[in-house]
Every structure is written in structure tokens, then in C-alpha cells.
Design a protein around this ligand. Structure first.
Ligand code: A3P
Ligand SMILES: CCc1ccc(OS(=O)(=O)O)cc1
Length: 227
């Protein structure tokens, strides 16, 4: 075991205790004590909310929404940290009080399941863009994230992590419920349901196919790329 791993052990028990359980859903500890305030959070008609299960391409989506809403220059987008422009509702920073005071139009992100979001959103009071990513790629991404996150210091195997994922035992709860709940609301007038693979893979797919053909020449090795 690497020295840094030995220094930051995280037994299954320690890892479990890092979560906060709310109505049967595992949430990150920073959600503790603010779920009622979140349910009553005042929403504005001009808001755009970006909601995802973690590792569903939130940053990619926020770049697109930010560019469109601000009329920003795509060439400049790489120069600035867009994460700083779009607060996450439930994160400790900047916090609910600051987000409440932001000037309109606000762009707000959240990873919370539909039923825990502000009740004004359920009433259709502002636009919500939800993006889902296929769970097989997502679970790899979420695993790497847990390994790198100092506060979680996850040290289990990928196999064990997958077990947690399919048994709904990770932060933000069940991916399966998260996605299904939004899918049920996909035809609501204020909800736009997107798939990561549609906005990322489709646009990049043709380019990759072209480059693959050019660079692999006569080699007949093929892969099953699926959309
Ligand atoms: N423009 C972009 N900015 C950041 N992440 C992007 C991105 N386009 C795709 N992604 C992918 O989105 C995932 C992160 O999701 P989120 O933003 O919700 O945390 C990462 O997946 P991988 O870890 O599989 O590479 C990352 O590579
Ligand atoms: C497991 C804790 C956690 C913390 C933050 C997350 O959000 S994000 O992926 O950094 O946006 C997700 C999970």
C-alpha cells in the first residue's frame, strides 16, 4: 500500500459514518441541518437550475448554459473558472444566504434528488435542466472522485464501490431513483431532460471516428463504441 494511503485509512465503518441520512437517502455531511431551508428556498422565474447526480457531466452542462445565457465567447471559456460562477445549492460555500441574494438571472447547480429540491421548483416556478449519464461510465468517474477526495479518503476496491453503487449506498443516494424521478418529470413545462451521451458523445463521435480511421490506417482492430 502506498504511504499516502496508509496515512489516510478509511475503513468501511469510517466511510459509512461520513454520510448524513435524510429520509432514507445518504447525503454528504455538508447537507446536514439545511434540508428544510432548501425545501423553502425562494426560487425566481428567471433562474436556471442545473441538476445532476454527481459525475454526470455537470461542468460540461454548466459551460454550455453559461455560454448561452451570458452570450459569452467560447474561446474565452477556458480562461475562467466557471465553477466559481455557478454556486451549488447545498455546498457550504457560498451558502444559501449568499445564493438568495445573487442578482438575476441566477444559474444554480444541485445534485439533490428531485423531491429534496426547493418546493417552488416542483411548482414550475423556474427552469430546470437535468442531465443523466449512463451508470457504467458514471460509476468509474464517481470511484475516481472518491479516491481523490481528501474528505472521503475512500480506500475500497472498485468492485466494492460498484456494490455500494448498485445498493444505493453512496452520497446523493440511489442513481436509479435520482434519474427515474426526473424522468417522470421530463414532460413538465419547466424541465429539460438531457443525456450526457447526447450532448458529448454525439458531437465528438464523428470526429473520433474520422481520426480513428486516419490514424489506424489499415489496422482491422475495432471497438464497440456505443452511444
Ligand atoms: N467540458 C467538460 N468539463 C469537465 N468535465 C467534463 C467535460 N466534458 C466531459 N466531462 C466529464 O464529466 C465528468 C465529470 O462530471 P461532473 O462535472 O458532473 O463532475 C468527467 O468524467 P470522467 O471522470 O469519466 O472523465 C469529465 O471527464
Ligand atoms: C461524496 C461527497 C460528494 C461531495 C461533492 C459532490 O459533488 S461534486 O461531484 O464535487 O460536484 C459529490 C459527492
Amino acid at each position: 500500500m502506498a504511504e499516502s494511503e496508509a496515512e489516510t485509512p478509511s475503513t468501511p465503518g469510517e466511510f459509512e459514518s461520513k454520510y448524513f441520512e435524510f429520509h432514507g437517502v445518504r447525503l454528504p455531511p455538508f447537507c446536514r441541518g439545511k434540508m428544510e431551508e432548501i425545501a423553502n428556498f425562494p426560487v425566481r422565474p428567471s433562474d436556471v437550475w442545473i441538476v445532476t447526480y454527481p459525475k454526470s457531466g455537470t461542468s460540461l452542462l454548466q459551460e454550455v448554459v453559461y455560454l448561452v445565457s451570458q452570450g459569452a465567447d467560447p474561446d474565452e471559456i477556458g480562461l475562467m473558472n466557471i465553477d466559481e460562477q455557478l454556486p451549488v445549492l447545498e455546498y457550504p460555500q457560498p451558502g444559501l444566504d449568499i445564493i438568495k441574494e445573487l442578482t438575476s438571472p441566477r444559474l444554480i447547480k444541485s445534485h439533490l434528488p428531485y423531491r429534496f429540491l426547493p418546493s417552488d421548483l416542483h411548482n414550475g416556478d423556474s427552469k430546470v435542466i437535468y442531465m443523466a449519464r449512463n451508470p457504467k461510465d458514471l460509476v468509474v468517474s464517481y470511484y475516481q472522485f472518491h479516491r481523490s477526495l481528501r474528505t472521503m479518503s475512500y480506500r475500497g476496491t472498485f468492485q466494492e464501490f460498484c456494490r455500494r453503487f448498485v445498493n444505493d449506498r453512496l452520497g446523493y443516494g440511489s442513481w436509479f431513483e435520482h434519474v427515474q424521478e426526473f424522468w417522470e418529470h421530463r414532460t413538465d413545462s419547466n424541465v429539460l431532460f438531457l443525456k450526457y451521451e447526447d450532448i458529448f458523445t454525439v458531437s465528438m463521435n464523428e470526429k473520433f471516428d474520422l481520426v480513428y480511421k486516419q490514424k489506424m490506417g489499415k489496422c482491422d482492430l475495432t471497438f464497440d463504441f456505443y452511444l
